[in-house]
Design a protein around this ligand. Structure first.
Ligand code: SAM
Ligand code: SF4
Length: 329
């Protein structure tokens, strides 16, 4: 599928729930309210139908996310069904890692080969603070289990915030010296500003990179031939076995390379993380529509994909936007 600006759209991110077992301060209010009731979110069969049709239109890469995907009942079976779907070349999962230790083996057996784990601090008290109660040790155990069962790569996502974890940038980067992890520093995005606590302040990817370069020689590596891994610019520390990456949705948007569509847990297709333009698939699905109608709706979302986002810290667009937990990141 090509959008009006010539971008090949072949990547679908699927949020299976807006619920979560953590309450990261930049993502969720402390009550963690789920906006959706059981009947509001798509059933697995409905999601599988949408994915099958998207795959027939050219989607080859599917990432499952949330909320926290591992808290939804039946997630392993759902992932196995995706793993068995013809046409999906790349199936991956984004998780907070809290339940990963127990899930790593079944996930691998279900066909998930790559995993992204979010971890914003290597200090257990700070981690508990930012997640409002999470256990860093559990996440670290999950990460090493994922590595042991052969997930490759294991990516660690670090939302980097001045005054919270900017003093840990080197510690995170140093993890890649001896471990085959990909540590990816992500700029804080001002999404769903009304629901979040005003917490942490923005620090740009170039500043993060500079902090690492004060201590290490960084060499950009070619992944997929263009020095990028999706939106991340990937580098290796001299002597390191893993990689570090920099994701800069705010300071240097990568919209011109964006190949994504997002399916929200309540059955809406979004063609841009930062734009609230959505197309409801749920309505059509529940009216018993034909595959042709779903195809048309998916193509309509592709055609509505904006050329780029105009988000910046604190803009009205940022405040209006749905919370990240409802979209899936
Ligand atoms: N619960 C899972 C997790 O935390 O990995 C999956 C969903 S979470 C919404 C996906 C990613 O979005 C996480 O890496 C999280 O850190 C990131 N995220 C959430 N809110 C964000 C924000 N305001 N700015 C930048 N990243 C954010
Ligand atoms: Fe939950 Fe992930 Fe949001 Fe944290 S970032 S509250 S783990 S959905």
């Amino acid at each position: 599928m090509k959008d009006p600006y010539g971008r090949e759209i072949n990547y679908l991110r699927v949020s299976v729930t807006d619920r979560c077992n953590l309450r990261c301060r930049y993502c969720m209010p402390k009550e963690g309210l789920s906006l959706f009731g059981h009947n509001d979110i798509l059933r697995y069969e409905e999601i599988l139908r949408v994915v099958r049709i998207a795959v027939s239109l050219g989607v080859a890469k599917v990432r499952v996310t949330g909320g926290e995907p591992l808290v939804r009942k039946g997630i392993t079976e759902f992932l196995r069904a995706l793993g068995e779907m013809e046409g999906i070349a790349d199936l991956s999962l984004t998780t907070n890692g809290a339940l990963l230790e127990a899930f790593a083996t079944p996930l691998k057996e279900a066909g998930v080969r790559r995993i992204n784990v979010s971890l914003d601090s290597l200090d257990k008290e700070k981690y508990r603070f930012i997640t409002r109660g999470g256990s860093m040790e559990a996440v670290l155990r999950g990460i090493s289990r994922a590595r042991d069962v052969g997930m490759d790569p294991v990516k660690i996502n670090v939302v980097t915030m001045r005054g919270f974890n900017d003093d840990e940038i080197l510690a995170f980067a140093d993890l890649t010296l001896d471990n085959p992890y990909e540590v990816r520093f992500i700029e804080l995005m001002p999404l769903g500003g009304d629901a979040r606590e005003p917490f942490g302040s923005f620090i740009s990817a170039s500043e993060i990179r500079k902090a690492i370069e004060e201590r290490h020689v960084l060499k950009e590596v070619n992944i997929g031939g263009n020095g990028t891994d999706g939106p991340a610019v990937m580098c290796r520390l001299e002597g390191g076995v893993g990689l570090v990456g920099f994701i800069s949705p705010i300071s240097s948007h990568f919209c011109h390379r964006c190949n994504r569509l997002r399916l929200t847990a309540d059955g809406h297709l979004r063609s841009c993380l930062f734009s609230d333009g959505e197309i409801s698939l749920k309505e059509a699905l529940r009216k018993g529509c034909s595959d042709g109608v779903l195809e048309e709706l998916i193509l309509r979302a592709v055609n509505a994909k904006p050329m780029r986002h105009d988000i910046a810290q604190g803009t009205r667009a940022a405040l209006r936007c749905r919370r990240m937990s409802a979209i899936g990141g």
